[in-house]
Design a protein around this ligand. Structure first.
Ligand code: 4NP
Length: 168
């Protein structure tokens, strides 16, 4: 997908959405926020995450997700799970979900809404598979997908927020 033009005021607002908001979207949240900061965009881009289900609201991320992030040098400790509020969709400029079930649950694809892996330069348009019922390998796979996609997205955000997109 192309980067949607900003509709909100203040920072460009991105929300990452999965089912439980304890594995995939929290990992994507931490990685994207770190990449945004490294790119010098911390004041211009706001990252959030939530889950379509409310089962884990208020809890920290899954210990396997946290351990995977920690091993790779990220800080997983600040996360607390939230539920996605479908009525608050207009509060975001970009809604990126992990799989096709999530996409259906947020109301389907539109100009602001797509898959995180639409941004994956290696294998675009795929899903970030749910690692919850699998082993540690699944979490490492999620991290690799999230890192690749976040790098590409931050490239687009840098171009957009530096005004270069409008010059093309
Ligand atoms: P997530 O993974 O959507 O990546 O956070 C899951 C977390 C919890 C459950 C399923 C998936 N669950 O069934 O509780």
């Amino acid at each position: 997908m192309d980067l949607p033009a900003q509709q909100t005021t203040g920072p460009y607002r991105v929300v990452l959405v999965c089912l439980g908001n304890i594995c995939r979207s929290p990992m994507a949240h931490v990685v994207l926020e770190a990449r945004v900061a490294e790119a010098g965009l911390a004041d211009l881009v706001e990252v959030a995450s939530s889950g379509t289900a409310g089962w884990h609201v208020g809890k920290p991320m899954d210990p396997r997700a946290a351990a995977t992030l920690d091993r790779a040098g990220y800080d997983p400790t600040r996360h607390r799970a939230r539920q996605y509020d479908a009525g608050a969709g207009a509060a975001y400029d970009l809604v990126l979900v992990m799989d096709r079930d999530n996409l259906a649950d947020v109301g389907g694809r539109d100009a602001r809404t797509g898959l995180l892996r639409d941004w994956d330069p290696v294998d675009p348009g795929g899903e970030v598979p749910d690692p919850y019922y699998g082993g540690d390998d699944g979490f490492e796979e999620v991290l690799a997908m999230v890192e690749r996609s976040s790098d590409a997205l931050v490239g687009a955000l840098t171009r957009e927020l530096a005004g270069e997109t409008r010059l093309r």
